[in-house]
Structure formats: C-alpha cells, structure tokens
Ligand binder design. Structure first.
Ligand code: DQA
Length: 147
C-alpha cells in the first residue's frame, strides 16, 4: 500500500521557476497536499526529488524490495532524454503514471517526445499541480480494487 512520487531535475525550483509554465506552488506545497491525500485514504506515500539521474534510477530499483506498488513520476527534462530511467521502470515492472505540470505538446518540439508514455498506465499534462492530485486519486482507486 505504498505509493512513490518521483520528481525529476529542476522541480526543486518550483514556485520560482517560469511560473507561466509551472505555476506558483512550491514543491513542498505540492508534496504536503499529496501526503494528506494519501494518508486520508490510508496509503503510505514516499517522495523523492532529484537532479541526478542515477538517484532516480536507484530509487526505482528499491521498489523491488520496499513494497512500493505504484509510482507517480514527473521525469522533467529526463522525459525527453532518459532511456536509463525508462529501462529502470520497465525492469522493476512497477505501474506508473507520467505527470507534467505544463502542456508539453503546446511547447517546443523537443518536449513532444517522451521515453515514458508508451509504458505508462496513463499520462497527465497541462493541468499544473492538479495533475499530481488526479494521478494520486487514480492510483488510490486502482490499489483499492480487489486484486
Ligand atoms: C515538465 C516538462 C518538461 O519538458 C520540462 O523539462 C520540465 C518540467 C513539466 O512538468 O511540465 O522540467 O516535466
């Protein structure tokens, strides 16, 4: 009953960084709301933000042994570059939802391709911080279904 939220590079700057794309909420604001949402539903929530690809990969590998049943990930710029994080998710076979604050399809062409979307349960983009809450609501619903 454990859900993991992973935030990729530069998301530690949320609130300061390009608010026209990413909104005014800080990462702490977002994480606090997600923690409350998860605990209200009786789920454990783990969160990691990292600017380092290998730390995100190591955290995904840990899902094999730490009871994580679902991942919500905003890979940030690694969305468009990281075969390695994609392979980690495929390797541990953990179901995941891909989230982006901004509508990546309305931005530069290099943001239109994701190394994650074809493996994801689903993808949410363009809804700002609400995307994380919607992804978490879906994860909770799925994990509450009888196996
Ligand atoms: C992002 C979109 C990416 O293209 C970008 O590199 C980010 C954030 C988003 O949440 O909208 O860092 O994943």
């Amino acid at each position: 009953r454990k859900i993991l939220v992973l935030h990729g590079p530069n998301l530690n700057l949320l609130g300061l960084r390009e608010p026209q794309h990413y909104g005014r909420d800080t990462l702490d604001d977002i994480n606090q709301r997600l923690r409350t949402q998860a605990s209200d539903a009786g789920f454990e929530l783990d969160v990691l933000q990292s600017n380092a690809e290998h730390l995100l990969i190591d955290r995904i590998h840990a899902c094999l042994t730490d009871g994580t049943a679902f991942v919500i990930i905003n890979p940030a710029a690694f969305t468009h570059t990281s075969v390695a994080i994609r392979d980690a998710l495929a390797g541990v076979k953990v179901p995941f939802i891909e989230v982006h604050l901004s509508n990546v399809h309305a931005r530069e062409p290099f943001r239109h391709h994701s190394y994650f979307s074809d493996l994801a349960v689903g993808v949410i983009c363009g809804l700002g911080a609400d995307g994380y809450a919607l992804a978490l609501a879906h994860a909770i619903k799925r994990m509450s279904l009888p196996a």
